[in-house]
Write a protein that binds this ligand. Sequence first.
Ligand code: GDP
Ligand code: ZN
Length: 302
Amino acid sequence: MALTGKVIESTGKWYKVEANGEVTSCRLPGRFRLNSAEVTNPVTVGDRVDISIGDDQTGIITHIHDRDNFLPRQATHGRRGEQILAANIDRAWAVVSVRQPALKTGFLDRFLVACEAYGIPASILINKTDLASKRDWKQLEALRELYSGLGYPVHVASIHNSESIEELKTALDGHTNVFIGPSGVGKTSLLNCLKPGADLTVGDISGYSNKGKHTTTVARLLRIGDAGYIVDTPGIRELGLVNIEPYELSLYYPEMLKPRENCKFNNCTHSHEPGCGVSAAFEAGEIHPERYFSYLNILESL
Ligand code: GDP
Ligand code: ZN
């Protein structure tokens, strides 16, 4: 029987595929590995695949559908190529906390640039609002105004506020989501609230043993609500920027798209060049100073 489904778990050897509400353990024929020299894992969680189920109730993956988007990570330990952490992500969430650790907008802007570059819709989730002072709340409101004005929804939550967890669950349902954020902001705690009983004992696993051999590492989608998922894959909770050229960076700042059309040089980096539309827009107060300074910071780091 042939079916189309979604990969919800991968050990690199076996793939659990959910199709029509049933989960089938599947194998991947070797030819798919030969065809994909640039990636270390040809199939990842979130992939849509066709499967054929045999008499023993296990399946074979017969076709991998094109991806809407994917999150790559540079493969480590001398292996060539990219590792794909997850595919077909509906929304990436930058998870930060009001305090402990304090909120850093630099992280948010890097995250948003990466999401724009990878074509993944992005939201911001500010956790630990139970620790927020009156002054913190004022800052949160300003932050919400800035980022939601740029098209990035801003949510707040606390694991000690069940109403906020229910609201979050509603926002996650029906989509494949990924949580990304610094350690200590409460990602594991939130997942445990959203999915009581989930076996979240994922530590800092690179996917490779110290001998440089590939070890079995489970990547999976955690089911939240009726039809929502959160990617739970080692290495996915923090995200780096890859392969962005300096002159491209402003393409990933939505508020710079129009102003950059007025730049005199088409490879303008909007940092020191004369006749720059972006710095003119900044001078005119049309680009928020924090965003322009974060842009310059990221530019410097590229
Ligand atoms: P992770 O590293 O992002 O996965 O963060 P953890 O889930 O391990 O949480 C780090 C610490 O923050 C733990 O001590 C949690 O109990 C605490 N924490 C998580 N969420 C909240 C929250 O909403 N409010 C408060 N006050 N503490 C929280
Ligand atoms: Zn410019």
